[in-house]
Design a protein around this ligand. Sequence first.
Ligand code: CTP
Ligand code: MG
Length: 182
Amino acid sequence: MIKAFWLMIPAYLPNPFAAVFGGGKPIDGGRTYKDGRRILGDGKTYRGLFSGIFCGFLAGCIEIWLGSKGFEIMGIEMPTFGPDYASALIVVFALASGALFGDMFKSFFKRRMGLKRGASLPLVDQLDFVVGAWVFTYLAAPEWFMSNFTTGIMLTVLIMTPLLHLTTNIIGYIIGVKKEPW
Ligand code: CTP
Ligand code: MG
């Protein structure tokens, strides 16, 4: 679980940071699709996209640096993001950008389903970025992906992510930054 979490940090951070720093010009420029509804909606902005990718990438860089120092958690050595620095940087960038492109892809389909910005689509809302991060990373570094995202790690991520999402939302609700506890 710790290894799965460690590998997913660059993909977990972009969404919350996009929510904190996002706003301004929407990526679809306010344009509508042929169905008359917005292409992506006002919830997908350039500022959110770039700041989110930047934060995930930065966290990944710190993890790569910690890894190079032989960083361990509870005696377990953490997996590395690649055989050398260049490939590791590509992997953390793929994880971070894939997360937000997955989220954007989901918004496109939510709008096609007639769902308004912010309307919830359970499970899809919680796993869109996981799938996006995996697809981008697989395309960028197939060998690294296959040897690190084993079936066990992937199943752990798929189960852990919605639970993590729920827990952070409940905490957000208790401390008053979120209106609903989900
Ligand atoms: N955000 C952003 N740019 C992005 C992604 C997110 O600015 N590329 C910001 C927006 O302010 C958004 C918030 O983060 O409202 C929460 O993100 P998310 O839940 O993904 O968007 P929703 O508003 O719920 O929109 P959607 O229905 O399209 O998912
Ligand atoms: Mg949402």
